[in-house]
Design a protein around this ligand. Sequence first.
Ligand SMILES: [Ca+2]
Ligand SMILES: [Ca+2]
Ligand SMILES: [Ca+2]
Length: 184
Amino acid sequence: MEITAFLERKLARRFRTYDTDGDGFIEREDFAQAGERTTKAFGLVHDDPKAVRFHGMLLALWEHLVSVTDQDRDGRISVEEYKRAFANGLLETPESFDEGYVPFLDAVMAVADEDGDGRLTLEEHVKWTGALMGLSEADARGIHDLLSDEDGLLSTQALLAAIREFYFSEDPAEAGNWLLGSLD
Ligand SMILES: [Ca+2]
Ligand SMILES: [Ca+2]
Ligand SMILES: [Ca+2]
């Protein structure tokens, strides 16, 4: 896949949301920290089945990510490795997108959607994106406003469509491109 300047900025932004400790590399510890932070934010104890499932999903995601990106085999992922793997179709692709992302979103929703109706309140969306990806409250509010329905709730389907746009839309007018806030 061709990496345009716009996509490059989005991938760099996504990379930073994975790099929880901000040291410039994605490592297993980034996933562990972000996972702990998220389940804690929603008041789940460590052995709560939802927390166990969520942490398991994150570690599986890490294992997959490192297996396809870590070309120099140093056990961590640089931004160049991440972009190269994306360009080579080893990460999200339009064909594999739903299959790859639905299980992730389901696990997120199991933690974040407290009444289980498949829609997130503003507060829930701010909480999970802040804890898992380090989004600012302002960024999370901005995208929630763009994507939420008439009741002010953000559905799994709307979120999935927005994530798809984030990776594959070149049109800055599409809301999903701003899913992770500003690209600067
Ligand atoms: Ca890191
Ligand atoms: Ca590496
Ligand atoms: Ca809900």
